[in-house]
Design a protein around this ligand. Structure first.
Ligand code: GLN
Length: 304
């Protein structure tokens, strides 16, 4: 039996004082307030055991990590119909890239780049009576945690500066791939990205993807086939134009966000979450990726 606590402490000790920490995102002004020294790791095993180190209990903006949670809810509503409006191919491009969208007639490459996530947000706005409240209710439910909430300052901050997302939404609308009003969909999308959670809450939220569709409260939310597909999309598309690198270095399905969080999981085994706000040039947490590479190398636990 591997001593996971010991492994994550070793990794934390190795990386916590490094000076190469990447750059905190500032294109959403509210995120620029984060301290670049923050660093936490949390691991939750499907047995229920967990271990943690560093700033695992400090809340941060989950940003694009929310795209997986939104996708899971949209799939629960629409099943395979969703794939008529968004593809499942890696984009090989940055998360907010637009030219491919125009070239491919308004069908985003995948649901984990911004344009794809905006289509998913549109689907949720169509299905949910009170989209922001109902989505929050879903996230709280799968995490078994009623304290999770949106950070409204982050949502407003992105609303003011999210010009590329407005461009993406308008492009989608021009191709008839957005059924609701651009402002309504983006208001939902900015709130979804502004969910604030700590490493433990994120590990709980993603538990169902490692536990065959059953959440921490043992409720079946998705079928095995849906879980397979969501994990496959995380593996191939979860890190934008660095998805290949993450699969190569870490070997787990996962998802990053510009708040510095990364969630990765081994189906039927564990969910591991890292948070370190400094990003690399591709917008993924620099030491978070290094920590996860060390983790799968030291423990020999990966999907390969
Ligand atoms: N809300 C951010 C955006 O739309 C999410 C980006 C990310 O985390 N990669 O730009």
């Amino acid at each position: 039996m591997i001593d996971f606590q010991n492994v994550i402490e070793e990794i934390h000790n190795d990386l916590k004082l490094t000076t190469q920490r990447g750059v905190v995102a500032s294109y959403i002004p509210e995120l620029a307030k984060q301290r670049n020294t923050s660093f936490g790791i949390y691991l939750k095993h499907v047995s229920g055991d967990n271990c943690h180190v560093g700033d695992w209990d400090k809340p941060f903006s989950i940003q694009s990590i929310s795209k997986v949670l939104a996708l899971s809810k949209a799939i629960a509503f629409e099943g395979n119909n969703i794939w008529k409006r968004v593809d499942v191919e890696p984009s090989g491009n940055p998360f907010n890239h637009l030219s491919l969208l125009e070239l491919e007639n308004g069908i985003p490459r995948n649901p984990l780049i911004n344009a794809g996530a905006i289509v998913v947000a549109d689907i949720l706005v169509t299905h949910l009576k009170n989209p922001k409240e109902d989505f929050l209710h879903y996230v709280r439910g799968i995490s078994g945690d009623q304290t999770i909430d949106y950070n409204l300052d982050v949502a407003t901050s992105e609303q003011r500066t999210g010009f590329k997302n407005y461009a993406a939404a308008n492009l989608l609308k021009s191709f008839n791939n957005l059924n609701n009003d651009v402002d309504v969909v983006l208001d939902f999308y900015f709130h979804q990205c502004a969910l604030e959670m700590n490493c433990e809450q994120l590990a709980n939220a993603f538990y169902l993807f490692s536990n065959r569709g059953k959440c921490v409260n043992n409720i079946q939310h998705l079928t095995l086939s849906q879980i397979k597909r969501i994990n496959a999309i995380m593996l191939t598309c979860g890190f934008y134009d660095e998805a290949g690198e993450f699969a190569f270095e870490v070997g787990l399905p996962g998802k990053s966000g510009v708040g510095g969080g990364i969630v990765a999981l081994l189906p039927n085994n564990f969910v591991i979450v890292t948070w370190a706000p400094g990003l690399n040039a591709k917008g993924n947490s620099l030491i978070g990726m290094q920590a996860l590479e060390q983790f799968t190398t030291k423990t020999n636990r990966s999907i390969f």
